[in-house]
Design a protein around this ligand. Structure first.
Ligand code: NI
Length: 192
């Protein structure tokens, strides 16, 4: 496996429309493994293939979840963990691969989430999207799946599918806010 370089805005490659995946071979499995390693290393919760320079309709997502089987980790931060309501169990990975993903039936209800993106590092902004949808996609063997998505997963998958259309989350902002974000990014980059 390998950690791949992540392309950052305003690189023109991020504006490309990605092509459908038609060959489900070992090279695809290697690309997916590399994308997961790259995403976990960053770290991030979603990554589209175009963000590592591959214009293919393929995204990986991992929202992680508390590990039901693990014992709570002792946290010595002074508060009452018996009654604090926090989940002190370690998080476990829940890797999801979506090949040729398609949104079906986006809900009429919208939700707002403060989004970020590995291609627009350290910039966060509220984006409004349908709060739920159905997703159809293929797995690594080309088998078609369909599932209802809601909450953070619905937001995340819509953000990632946008990448396949050459759209960044900052493209959902007003031109003024987008330019501010890009300037901030450029300044941060100059300062190293
Ligand atoms: Ni992104």
């Amino acid at each position: 496996m390998a950690i791949l370089p992540i392309i950052e805005a305003p690189d023109a490659r991020l504006k490309q429309i990605s092509a459908p995946v038609t060959v489900f071979d070992d090279a695809l499995k290697t690309l997916v493994a590399d994308m997961f390693e790259t995403m976990y290393d960053a770290p991030g919760i979603g990554l589209a293939a175009i963000q590592v320079g591959v214009p293919a309709r393929l995204v990986v997502v991992d929202l992680m979840e508390p590990d039901e089987d693990a014992a709570p980790e002792p946290v010595d931060d002074g508060h009452d963990h018996e009654n604090c309501g926090h989940d002190h169990r370690p998080m476990k990975k829940v890797p999801r691969v979506f090949i040729n993903p398609e949104i079906l039936d986006p809900s009429e209800e919208f939700s707002v989430y403060s989004e970020g993106c590995l291609s627009v590092p350290d910039i966060y902004a509220d984006v409004e999207r349908p709060e739920a949808c159905r997703l159809r996609w293929q797995d690594l063997d080309g088998v078609v799946h369909e599932e209802a998505m809601e909450g953070l997963m619905a937001t995340c998958i819509q953000h990632e599918i946008d990448h396949l259309e050459g759209i960044l989350f900052i493209d959902h902002l007003s031109r003024l806010k987008r330019n501010m974000a890009l300037k901030k990014l450029e300044k941060a980059r100059k300062m190293g």
